[in-house]
Design a protein around this ligand. Sequence first.
Ligand code: NAP
Ligand code: HSE
Length: 425
Amino acid sequence: MTAKTTLGIFGLGTVGTGVVTLLGDNPQFEIRAIAVRDRAKPRDIDLSSFEVTGDPFKLADDPKIEILVEVAGGVDPAYQVIKRAITNGKHIVTANKELIAKHGPELFDLANRHNVTIFFEAAVGGGIPLISTLHRGLQANRISRVAGIVNGTTNYILTKMEREQKSFAEALGEAQAAGYAEADPTDDVEGRDVAYKIAILSSLAFQAPIEVEKVYRQGITAISDLDIKLAAEFGYRIKMIGLAQPGVGDSGVSLDVRVHPMLVPRHHPLAGIEGVNNAIFIKGSAVGEIMLYGPGAGRFPTASAVVGDIINLASAIKLPDFARYFQLPISSQVSDIFPIGETTNAYYIRLDTEDSPGVIGNLGHAFGEHGVSLHSVLQKHVADDAATIVLLTHQVKEKQAQAALAEISAQPTTRQIGVVLRVLS
Ligand code: NAP
Ligand code: HSE
């Protein structure tokens, strides 16, 4: 009988519980210890046959553990625990996008030096085999775009607001109860989670790391049910999008990476992605355009990706010098990214104004002055002396649109600029 592969599981929340359940009594593996924060907490699974510790460093130091599975989340203490485990010669499986986005290059380098490997399939796209597709399946391609819905929580919220007229808070509460949201759900709704994920995808697609703090982010908290309805009237659905593509900005920088909600044309495949599902478009020089689709969060979809990594690693560690095969082709040179002002987009703009003669003329004048061409204008919900005006523009450089909006904001007839969203072309 071949020896069992020994595991230490750091974290037993939504994902960790799924991982331990899926591993079940699989004779290939032995879970030597599980680390949690609160050992007294009631659990969904029987832990009587496991050693449970409150100290994750014990897993990193246990000479009998071959693979450390980190499903705790956050940077502290995961970063230090993983570094210690790598230094002690352990392989890593992690679902932690924040850690990989912020410290991936350093950790990969450390792993290479210790001849171990880091698998992180669950970090992006939940159960969708996305990392392995980019890393291995698409090696023959030059990638020219990675774009899509990579946060289950925000897609769930937007779907519930649109389909069931739920409030933002109610839909977020449901996503949290289902285990989709991050420990701090502002990471989901303010776009940080998507920024981590698109930074990881960008580094794999374009083979150079980026600084995640430089990724432009706009969350979904300002989107109201009115925007969802108005977007539908124009033939669009609103989706939270992560986007990474090469290009040439005014400053000569060659990468455009950003995170923001977008109006997606109703006929576009991304418009049909509902609930907790994710979908990612990848455009490659040989394959053309592919879309990967599936559940982006949740206990078992995510555990599927984590356990898939564990099984792959367990087979690989039996081979001599295998770690080199899994090394990522990512350079040590950080790629810079465009400022958002240098991107080109069409815009949806909702603003509140006085309902008085000349308002539309003032708006048209400000947009015209800055070279912004209008596609459609709609005046809605006129109450007393107030109007809500919604505009769709043609494609224009963001800094021109922002200059026009700054001028409009200062016009005495403008009450407030409600929301500005980009439109997916
Ligand atoms: P979670 O439900 O909050 O679980 C976190 C677990 O880690 C808990 O068991 C917690 O212990 C333990 N933990 C946290 N800090 C610890 C510490 N200092 N020492 C010991 N144990 C500690 O989180 P989750 O939703 O499973 O997510 C885990 C990771 O997977 C995160 O990186 C997340 O981004 C990623 N991920 C999640 C999903 C999803 O659908 N949830 C999908 C893809 C990726 P206690 O139980 O005692 O509090
Ligand atoms: N909070 C994340 C989401 C979990 O909703 O997509 C999966 O990474």
